[in-house]
Structures are given as C-alpha cells and as structure tokens.
Design a protein. Structure first.
Lengths: 472, 104
C-alpha cells in the first residue's frame, strides 16, 4: 500500500539526525529513509553489492527497497539527487535499556557478525550504536543501511569504541559484576565511558577475559591520547594498519561475548504462576483471558507484569504484536530465551517497570521516545499487577485506573484484595494506609473510566478478573 | 601472548602524547594522497591505537613502527633519525623537505 503523498503527517524521526548521510521519515505505518545526495552513490554501491544480498537473505538486515522520491517530495522538501528508501516496519521500537542481558548479547553478536561479513566483501560499518539494532519479536535485526561504507585499507573500525561503550561494557558489567546495565544505559545514551568503567575492576578482577585489553588498556590509552593535537587516524594509516587487524579484533570480540553469561541467580518471580495459583485458579484465569480476546484481532497488545509470559502467549494468538513487560529482569530474560526456542515471532519481551516507564529523552528531550509514544495498545493485560503498583510503589489506585484508560482501549485487569497472602506479605512491614484498596473502590474507579464487560472471581475469593473497555 | 606484549608496552610508560607525536608527524606527509571514510563518530584516538594492539602480531609490529624512536631509545639504542622533531601544530612540511622521513 502506497501512502497518500498529499497527506501532511510525514514526520522526520526525532532520533534520526546524527548521520549526515540521511534520515528516517515516518508516515503512519510506513517507514522511509531519505538518502541525501552525499550518500546516494554509497547507498547505490551497497544496494548492488553481494554483501547486501547476503545480509538480506540471512535475515540480518531490515528489508529495504527504493521508492520514487515523489513519495515524499510533495510534502517534504528534498534536495535534488536525494533517494527515498522504504523499510519494513518494526512493529514496536525498543531501546537497549529495555533489553535483557541475552537480548543485548544477541544484538552485540549481530553487530559483530555483520562487521565480519562486511569485511569479507570489503565493506565496514562506520558506527556501532546499539540503537542500530531492533527486535522483531525476539529476532534482532540491523536497521541502519547507511552505516555501511566501503572499506578503506589502513583505517581502523570507527565503531570499536562505540561498540565497547554500548554493548561490550554493559554485558561485562552484568556478567562480571552482577550489576544491571539498564539503569546506566538509560541515563547515558552514549554508553559507559571506558575510564569510568575501568575503575570497577581492581586487582585480580582485571584478569577476567577482555578486561585488561578492552577496558583497562582502552581507558589508559583514552586518557593518554585525550589531549593529542594530531590525527592518530592518519598516523596509524601511515604506519600500516591492515584490515586483517580489524578482523582479528572483531573475531576475538565475538568469542569473548559468546562466553559472557548471566550469573545464575534465582529471581523473585521465577515460579510465580506456579507458586501462587492452584491449578484450578490458573485454568480459570487462562480461560477468562482467552474468552476476552476470542474472535478478535488486535494490532498491538501489552502484557504489563508478564512474568513467565503465559498470558502474553494467549493474547499473541489474537494480536499482531504483543509487548510483554516486567520489571524483573530474570523473568523477562527467561521469557526471551523460551520464545527463541519456541520460534514465536510476535512477542517482544521488554524490561519495563510500569511505575517508571522509559521517558522521552536525549537531544531536545525527544531523541528517544517514551514507551507510550512508541505505540498505544488496543488491549492491555494487567494481571497480578495492581497490588504491586498501589502497595509497593504507592501509586494511588484512582490515578492508576485513569492512566490505564489513557493508554489502552481495552483492559483485562486483576484485583487482588488485602486478604490475599501476597498482599499481606507486601504489608508486613508497612502501615496500611491504603484505605481505598478494596474491591468496592476498585470497581468504582474502574467504572469511572471503563465500561466493565465481564468479570469473574477466582477460587479462593481474593482475586477478581475484569474485562473492560475505556469510555473515552 | 598478545596481552602480555600489550601490557608490557603500556607498563613501560612510553612517553606517549607529546614526544611520540613528533615521531608520528614524520609519517604524516604521505597522507595527502590517501582517501578516508567519512567518520561521523569519533573513533577515539586511544581506541584506534588499541585496535592495533588487539589486531594480532602484525598490529604490534605497527605499534612498534609508530613508536619506534621511543622504544629504541628506551633501551639505549640511538637511532640515526631522532632529529625528526616537528612542531605539534602548524603545517606539516612536504616530503621533500624531510630527508630523514624515509628511514623512519
């Protein structure tokens, strides 16, 4: 389907401005890339290359084809000689700080594989930002076709430092130090600085694979050369740097990352669905969710507090895409690994704390979009979530339901009353100041913002499920 | 082995920035004739040098070429072209004005 060229809502992607060779333009469902005249010849060479064909057929590169510039030219002024490409749309854009360890690891290995394949064809990636990878379900895809440049003998890989900051160091941080990388990447959009990261390794820790070479040495050299007033790039070219050196480094980086693993630790939620529900209650809950979506088709569904993804999978049968979110990294990572094995392609697991979803940030506070801006769901699941938000995170119950009505059209929500053992546990060391945390108030707030279409009480009497449609 | 060599090179504290720059500049003249990829990301000076160290034995050899003067003089081996000392800023002299460059 071709977009209406006269439509006014062609908008330049606000995160796409760093590469002088071009930028992304969105129009509804469609994603275009403008290639400016300075990069047009390079793109043509790449598009015709054996490398492009190889990467496309291996499913590593986002599917791309050239369209006529007229598609955009009537609404967006384009310089003469500019080209317009159309990309296959990524159903839901996600960011490295929402990925789990194994997702970032897969993205890093994809980058390195692309560099290795490129070198064989005398091409290279001129950067290595983690934002050049997007997940289509659980499959990482390289999306920036303008990152490819013809290899110049004697030049280093310009993206090596960026690769370390945005991919290698975050993985090392979690694998070696058991520190989650997501909060760091969320605030430092350029990744972790080598000098700062180097301070985390002392004594024998520096002997862990890759630390001495990629962290300590890089930090040392960065400090030593920070004030150099000559072009190191020219010098090393003159001294005889070869492509083989890049290939050797990239090959070793790949081996290093393949051997990085998440430390084995049990997580809070790992066996939640089995531990807190009887078989009967679980079956009833599944049946309710299944009935709520039966015979329907949703473009985008969210499962907030997805845990092991049991209900995300039910919704995935009725939705084009399901974003499965949880604030527990262990659960999300396990779900990612399960989905990789399952071969399911329409569930995207993301690490999201609903009490603090990803903000809009970066340059002009809009380079990276907030979670909500990236696609509003037609259906949202909020199962066994409300008590965590209200009692652990102190979000007012009325405000929570109002917010839900603003982000989703339909809602399947579970209310767990104070008598339930799980809620009791949350209140053990707190004063019970949650006077409106009861079924009557919950239903009243829900009714205020949604039309309740069905409800069911689970065996045990403390848990009630609702299917509701927003009034606005 | 590579790591040991790399670590040794770092630990002998080559007088990197200022001194080595003079030696480095000796090589700069040939660069008027070569083309470069348009880098819009700063690859980082230190990270570029590191890529030589991590690039295998031949990379270590290139490092040696880059910092030959310093490395040799550290071991008390005087080289005949130590006079390749250029100002750190300002224009690089053409090749013909530098009789010592070829042997560097």
């Amino acid at each position: 389907m071709q977009p209406d060229p006269l439509a006014a809502d062609f908008r330049r992607d606000r995160g796409s401005f760093r590469d002088p060779g071009g930028f992304i333009v969105r129009h509804g469902e469609h994603v275009f890339r403008v290639v400016l005249p300075s990069a047009a010849e390079r793109w043509r060479q790449f598009a015709a290359s054996a490398l492009a064909a190889e990467l496309q057929s291996a499913g590593l590169l986002v599917s791309t084809h050239e369209v006529t510039p007229d598609t955009l030219a009537s609404t967006l002024p384009l310089p003469d000689g500019a080209l317009v490409l159309q990309h296959e749309r990524i159903p839901f854009v996600s960011y490295p700080y929402e990925w789990t360890f194994d997702m970032l690891r897969a993205a890093a290995l994809l980058q390195l594989e692309i560099v290795e394949r490129s070198l064989k064809h005398r091409w290279i990636l001129k950067d290595a930002t983690a934002y050049n990878v997007q997940f289509q379900g659980v499959t990482p895809l390289f999306i920036d076709v303008l990152s490819f440049a013809p290899l110049q003998e004697g030049e280093p890989w310009a993206g090596y430092n960026q690769f370390c900051r945005m991919m290698l160091y975050p993985l090392m941080l979690e694998a070696y130090k058991r520190v989650p990388f997501q909060p760091w990447l969320r605030s430092e959009l350029e990744g972790i600085d080598p000098v700062v990261f180097g301070r985390m390794f002392r004594g024998i820790e520096r002997l862990r694979p890759g630390v001495l070479s990629h962290v300590v040495a890089q930090a040392y050299l960065q400090r030593k050369f920070s004030s150099a007033d000559y072009s190191v790039r020219q010098q090393i070219k003159a001294a005889g740097m070869t492509t083989q050196m890049i290939a050797t480094n990239v090959h070793k980086l790949r081996k290093l990352i393949v051997d990085l693993h998440l430390p084995k630790e049990s997580t809070t939620w790992s066996d939640y669905s089995r531990a807190h529900y009887s078989e009967d209650a679980l079956a009833r809950k599944e049946a309710f969710v299944r009935e709520s979506v039966a015979g329907r088709r949703f473009e985008l569904g969210w499962d907030m507090g997805c845990n092991d993804g049991r209900f995300s999978k039910l919704v995935a049968d009725a939705a084009d895409t399901v974003v499965a979110m949880d604030s527990d990294a262990g659960s999300v990572n396990r779900l990612y690994c399960d989905l990789r094995k399952d071969g399911r392609t329409n569930i995207l697991p993301l690490l999201v704390n609903v009490a603090n979803p990803s903000p809009a940030q970066g340059w002009a506070s809009c380079e990276r979009a907030s979670l909500i801006e990236r696609g509003e769901p037609q259906l949202t699941l909020a199962l066994a979530l409300v008590h965590h938000l209200v009692i652990s995170a102190n979000v007012p119950l009325g405000a929570l339901l109002k917010w839900l009505s603003q982000i989703t059209h339909e809602l399947v929500i579970e209310f767990i009353s104070k008598e339930d053992a799980m809620v009791q546990r949350l209140l053990l060391n707190k004063d019970d100041t949650y006077s409106d945390y009861n079924r009557e108030s919950f239903e009243s707030y829900l009714h205020q913002h949604f039309r309740i279409t069905s409800r069911t009480e689970l065996p045990g009497g403390t848990r009630v499920l609702y299917h509701a449609v927003a009034r606005n | 082995l590579l790591l040991v060599v790399a670590w040794a090179l770092l630990n002998v504290k080559l007088w990197w920035a200022s001194d080595s720059a003079r030696i480095l500049l000796g090589e700069a003249a040939v660069l008027h004739f070569v083309s470069f990829t348009a880098f819009y990301v700063d690859p980082g000076s230190g990270s570029m040098i590191l890529q030589l160290l991590l690039g295998g034995v031949s990379g270590v050899y290139v490092i040696f070429r880059l910092f030959k003067q310093k490395i040799l003089s550290m071991f008390g081996i005087a080289t005949h072209d130590t006079s390749v000392v250029k100002p750190l800023t300002g224009p690089v002299p053409p090749e013909s004005e530098d009789p010592h460059r070829r042997s560097a």
